[in-house]
Design a protein around this ligand. Sequence first.
Ligand code: 0GY
Length: 306
Amino acid sequence: MSTPFTKTPGWLDWYQNPSEPAFALPPGTVDTHCHVFGPGAEFPYAPERKYTPCDASKDQLFALRDHLGISRNVIVQATCHGADNSAMADAVKASGGRARGIATVRPDVTDAELAVLDEAGVRGVRFNFLKRLVNSAPKDDLAVIARKIAPLGWHIVIYFESQDLAELEGFFGSLPTPLVVDHMGRPDVTQSVDGPEFGRFLRFVERHDVWVKVSCPERLSVSGPPALDGEREAYTDVVPFARRVVEEFHDSVLWGTDWPHPNLTDHMPDDGLLVSYVPHVAVTSELQQKLLVDNPMRLYWPGEWV
Ligand code: 0GY
């Protein structure tokens, strides 16, 4: 079926035919950060969206999961679908218990609507503070949402720019649920890993006992993907930041692909390479097991992993 939507100019499509990873993921690996986009003809993109993506269906996501040796997915509502969670919930339901979902809801969401999402496999909501992705994120509205979802045992995924943490930290500390931070709080990797900005983030994680996704090296990196002549490895500038988080907080780190990688215009990562990158940041099999399996299972499938 052809899509009635036209992709945002300059937007790169997700990588076709990803390579065989050089690293074998341990059995039970969870990809805790991925999305589905539409397909737009079936699940229309939201009028308020900031970009129009290429389609990325649940079947394409599940094919990538199987190719990479991933067992389970956590499918995060993308901003291009606004607060219409239909595509995400449809994918979660179709996974046969192998996916959980993270929704976007408005403050007027009803308990009945939340119950339907919970039944589908949703386990949290996402609060997005990136100005290029959402028009506004009024804290009063978010506090209302937080109070409504807390009784379900859900958590809140927070997505923010590192320079905004100082202003947001008090609000985050007031939220009544566990917190999960996207993409290590988006560090500026041109700064020192021992510098004040990343230091603030590390202390935030420690103080509030939050979960951290060690994800998106391709989005954070300035040095970029590997050189074709093999002279440069992938995303080397992100490695010290990711390693620090994995080593300091080994019981609360999570990993994800971020497929289909929204809003990239420079380069699109080979998802096989993103798997090969994992042992550079989790350097022992014990750390890999925690990052990839034990931690996400405890958060998203509690009681199902021994
Ligand atoms: C990500 C990152 C981005 C986009 C979204 O929901 C979204 O549109 O999350 C971004 O542009 O940084 O986590 O997928």
